[in-house]
Write a protein that binds this ligand. Structure first.
Ligand code: GLU
Length: 561
């Protein structure tokens, strides 16, 4: 076979050479050890939690090493493309601290445009580049055309699938496929000429040289040392529209764009033999690979299963509505990514997660477990360290978007709102009441008359006259200028003559000698003033509400009982 003639027949319009492509996309000059990583989404939908995960690894490794993180849009499957998905992906990732140095970025007009010299960063615009390398492979006898039409192929696949189900004789099946494949390799240049002359579409296949009995040793930076079989499948490089398959585009793009570390989901591991073969055929240096395990969750029966697209927590866009702050989500992702992160965090409570020395070796080889309880714990910690001003701003902004009525209350008097969020904040052991901004309403909306409501009533066991006496007594003696001790002494003094122990030790020693304790007395006040049995520190609450409002609420309660 005259391979040069074949190449000209198949790619008459390609006049560029691989050397020219190499010159167009020069090797990067970066400091020693700098890593070049990328996120390479197909614009088919939202950012999945399982996508943020490898992308955070890519971001950390690039930026921690003084390297480059770039974004490549893998839009080779036009049928699955969703309009606007690329723009949405970029926006969402940016919320979670993933900003790209290069690649497809959002312009001021909200549209995707290119930044950097390795573009176009949209695969659909790189046809000439792929075809240049494809032509070269044909010239070298490493790829060949296959004129079986897409419909015929689909039919064949459908038949094969059915056969697979029926046919338990795997060996016979494998041999049949092998024979089919070998038959595809047999053709004459005249046949190709006739097809091309008739305008028949073709796909370009690799001429696989592998022997699946033989194994390739390979080190994945996450999975460790692996042995994968050589590839013997003549897989498709270019589809009939000249658009590459993932495999071919991956090899060409990651080579030309200078990716040092390919970080992707482990679902690509079975394709690795194809990729290793391609890099070898093309004469490219193989990048380092990191195959990241799928994110798992526990199902109702406590079994681990993949976090699927439809699961709660999968779509990163949902987190905003749920009221999670991005800082907390990033922090949570870090705890999942590196086993020593939490220890580091304890030693470095005030540092940014970006100061953590991220280590590939500390990554989990099997799937990490996604768990809302853990996320909430992490989030409470993160929010507890924020100051009142910033919590006020964030909660207000969130509420204005997702709970307008509440947001308007918060925004009415910023100073007042900030005082509320200042309760228990700033000390060594800050309160950890909020996991999400949505938690703010049940936590503190009682400060606003609009949302104040009695959530329950006093237990039957309490003598109504005692409650009345305490509430009335409190209003009479309450003095805003009392410090916390003086305030609390008054509360104790109200309960004592009625049989409520003011000394908790004495009460615990013989509870039967008392009607209750100062804890019950406080609860009488708490319920009247906040409508709840649990609330932030009552002294602080009362300081913020003021004497008048306290008297008003207690008065209403007195009328009720
Ligand atoms: N477009 C591929 C995907 O979305 C990218 C995989 C990769 O990172 O190489 O799965």
């Amino acid at each position: 076979m005259d391979n040069n003639r074949l190449a000209e027949l198949l790619f008459p319009n390609i006049n560029t050479t691989p050397e020219e492509m190499e010159a167009r996309f020069p090797r990067r000059t970066l400091p020693e050890g700098a890593k070049v990583t990328r996120f390479a989404p197909s614009p088919t939908g939202f950012v999945h939690f399982g996508g943020l995960f490898p992308t955070t690894v890519a971001e950390r490794l690039a930026h921690q090493s003084g390297g480059v993180l770039y974004l490549r849009i893998e839009d080779t499957d036009a049928k699955r493309e969703v309009a606007g998905a690329a723009e949405a992906l970029i926006r969402t990732l940016s919320v979670y601290g993933i900003d790209f140095d290069e690649g497809a970025i959002l312009g001021d007009d909200g549209k995707v445009s290119d930044k950097g010299i390795y573009g176009p960063y949209k695969q659909s615009l790189r046809g000439e580049i792929y075809q240049t390398f494809a032509k070269q492979l044909v010239k070298e006898g490493k790829a060949y055309p296959c004129f079986t039409t897409e419909e015929e192929l689909e039919e064949l696949q459908a038949v094969n699938k059915k056969e697979e189900i029926k046919n338990t004789d795997w060996q016979a099946e494998a041999e049949k496929r092998r024979a089919e494949m070998l038959a595809r390799r047999e053709f004459t240049i005249e046949e190709v000429e006739a097809h091309i002359g008739a305008g028949d579409p073709f796909v370009l296949r690799i001429l696989a040289d592998g022997d699946p009995e033989k194994k390739i040793r390979f080190t994945d930076l996450v999975k460790g040392n692996l042995e994968v079989p050589e590839n013997d499948e003549d897989f498709v490089l270019l589809k009939s529209d000249g658009i590459p398959t993932y495999h071919f585009a991956h090899a060409v793009d990651d080579h030309l764009m200078g990716t040092t570390h390919v970080i992707r989901g482990e679902e690509w591991l079975p394709s690795l033999p194809k990729h290793l073969q391609l890099f070898r055929y093309l004469g490219f240096k193989t990048p380092k690979y990191m195959h990241i395990a799928q994110i798992m969750k526990l199902d109702e029966n406590g079994n681990k299963k993949k976090l699927s697209k439809r699961d709660m927590g999968a779509n990163m866009d949902d987190y905003t509505g749920m009221g999670y702050c991005p800082e907390a989500v990033c922090e949570y992702v870090m705890t999942l990514l590196n086993s020593n992160y939490e220890e580091w965090r304890m030693q470095n409570p005030d540092k940014s997660y970006r100061d953590f020395p991220f280590n590939i070796k500390k990554m989990s080889v099997s799937g990490c477990l996604f768990d809302f309880d853990k996320l909430n714990d992490v989030s409470k910690n993160v929010i507890s360290k924020m100051d009142a001003k910033s919590v006020t701003e964030k909660v207000t902004a969130w509420a204005l978007e997702f709970d307008r009525e509440f947001g308007e209350e918060l925004a009415r008097d910023k100073e007042f709102t900030e005082k509320i969020f200042a309760i228990g904040r700033g000390g060594k052991k800050p309160r950890k009441d909020l996991a999400t901004w949505a938690d703010a309403k049940p936590y503190m909306s009682f400060f606003f008359d609009k949302f104040f409501a009695l959530e329950c009533d006093y237990d039957e066991k309490y003598d109504r006259n005692d409650i009345k006496a305490i509430l009335e007594g409190f209003v009479k003696t309450y003095d805003e200028s009392d410090d916390m001790n003086a305030w609390f002494d008054k509360i104790k003094a109200l309960g004592e003559p009625l049989g409520y122990a003011s000394d908790m030790k004495a009460y615990k020693a013989s509870p039967e000698s008392f009607k209750g304790s100062v804890a019950d007395v406080s609860m009488f006040l708490r319920l009247a003033v906040t409508g709840k049995l649990n609330s932030p520190d009552m002294y602080a609450v009362m300081q913020i509400l003021g004497k008048e409002k306290i008297a008003e609420r207690i008065g209403a309660m007195l009328e009720k009982i």
